[in-house]
Design a protein around this ligand. Sequence first.
Ligand SMILES: Nc1ncnc2c1ncn2[C@@H]1O[C@H](COP(=O)(O)OP(=O)(O)OP(=O)(O)O)[C@@H](O)[C@H]1O
Ligand SMILES: [Mg+2]
Length: 243
Amino acid sequence: MSYPLHFNALSLKRKKLRNSKALLRLERVSKSIDGNTILRDINLEIGEGEFLSILGASGSGKSSLLYIMALLDRPTSGEVFFEEDRINFDEELSPIRNSKIGFVFQFHYLLPELTAVENVIVPMLKAGITKEKSLKRAGELLKKLGLEGKEDRKPYQLSGGEQQRVAIARAIANEPKVLFADEPTGNLDSKNSETVMDIFLKLNSEGNTIVMVTHEEELAEFGTRVLTMSDGRILEERAIEKG
Ligand SMILES: Nc1ncnc2c1ncn2[C@@H]1O[C@H](COP(=O)(O)OP(=O)(O)OP(=O)(O)O)[C@@H](O)[C@H]1O
Ligand SMILES: [Mg+2]
C-alpha cells in the first residue's frame, strides 16, 4: 500500500503542535487472566498531541494494553495515571471515558437499528448535551468525514469504510482528549484505509492525541512514535522522524 505525499505536510504541521505534558502514564502495569500473564510490567508515557502506533504479532497483548489505557479494563497490578490523576478502577469511570476518551474498535459496533446520525449523537446525549446541539454537531462531524447526505442511513446501508467513518465520528463526538483505535483499518481496503489514516492525521494535526493498534508497519509509521509488543512486553520503541 502506498500513501500520497500530502500526508508528509500534515505530519510536519502536527509536529509543531506536540508538547511534552503527559496525558497518560502506565507504571508497572501487568495483566493476568486465568493464570496467564498477558501484559508484563508495562511502563509507558503518552504526551499530549502524540500519535502513538502499537505494532506486534497476534496475541502479543496490543488490544489488552489498549483497553487498559482507555480505562475499559483494569490491570491486575500497576498504576494508570490520566492527566496525572491516579485512576481508581473500583470507581465508576464512565464519566471520564465519556468526556475524555474516544474508542474506535476493529469492528465498528454501531447500533444496527439506529441511523448514522443517531449513532453519533448517543455519546453526546449521554454526556448531557441537548438533542438539538447533538444533532447539529453530529451533522457537522459526518460532513467533515465525507458522509454528507448519508446521515439517515442505517449501518447496513453503508459500506464498511463508511461505517468505520461513522464510528470515528461517534468516537470524537465529545471532543475527547485522546482517541484510541484498535486496528481501525483491519477490515478496510487500501482506499478506505487511506481515508481513515487521513482523518487520524488531520485530527492529530489539530492537537488530538491518538493511540492506534495496527498489524501494518507502513500504517504504524504515520505515528510520531512506534511501540512494538511481543509476548505482553514492550519490545522496542522508536520515534518516527518526518520529512
Ligand atoms: N478475556 C480474555 N480471557 C483470556 N485470555 C485472553 C482474554 N483477552 C485476551 N486474552 C489473551 O491474551 C493474549 C493477548 O491478547 P490480545 O487480544 O491483547 O492480543 P492482540 O495483540 O491484540 O492480538 P490480535 O493482533 O490478534 O488482535 C492472547 O494470548 C489472548 O488469548
Ligand atoms: Mg487485538
